[in-house]
Design a protein around this ligand. Structure first.
Ligand code: HEM
Length: 155
């Protein structure tokens, strides 16, 4: 691969990675602020719309990072770090799919609770929120681990 191609790929990889990780941190801040300032019905509508819009931006950023990262490591021998990167990338994508499905379920549960307000539904929302939080923390940790492996690969 020529020097110019490598430079362009590295630039796009850094761009995609910064949008992805910056986005996660920004959503965490936005989630706190939204919970503190919006009424329950407005909060559910807000997250439904934010999640859908950010889903597109985040997925494009992640696909860009995966594609450019894969192109940059493609010629290398399959030893520790590239294998770790592929495994982490696959587990991150799978966790993300589960996380988005769980987030959609939470939106459904929360809007159901707005209508009924019964105890069993409230308990289910609490349990689901715990799982959703764990999934989000896992997505953040996997992203940071992948960033660390990327740094090892680049140096
Ligand atoms: C790239 C990462 C993320 C994607 C693609 C994403 C996507 C989504 C989607 C699709 C929804 C559901 C909207 C619907 O009902 O259709 C949603 C809801 C939500 N998201 Fe995210 N999200 C991400 C990260 C995060 C993070 C980092 C946080 C907070 C730390 C967060 C907090 C929430 C909350 C609070 C909801 C409302 C559902 C609930 O109460 O659990 N999201 N998200």
């Amino acid at each position: 691969m020529g020097d110019t191609t490598t430079t362009v790929l590295a630039g796009l990889l850094i761009f995609g990675t910064s949008v992805w990780i910056g986005g996660l941190i920004a959503i965490a801040v936005v989630a706190r602020v939204a919970s503190a300032t919006l009424e329950p019905a407005a909060r559910v509508a807000f997250f439904r719309s934010l999640g859908r819009s950010y889903g597109v931006v985040g997925t494009v950023a992640l696909v860009l990072a995966y594609g450019t990262g894969a192109a940059l490591v493609s010629g290398r021998s399959w030893t520790g770090a590239p294998i770790a990167a592929v495994v982490l990338a696959a587990v991150l994508a799978a966790t993300l799919a589960v996380g988005v499905a769980q987030a959609r379920r939470m939106t459904r549960l929360r809007s159901g609770l707005l209508d009924t307000n019964d105890g069993a539904a409230a308990a289910e929302v609490r349990r689901g929120a715990g799982r959703a939080g764990a999934l989000r923390a896992t997505i953040a940790l996997l992203s940071l681990a992948l960033l660390a492996v990327g740094v090892v690969l680049a140096t």
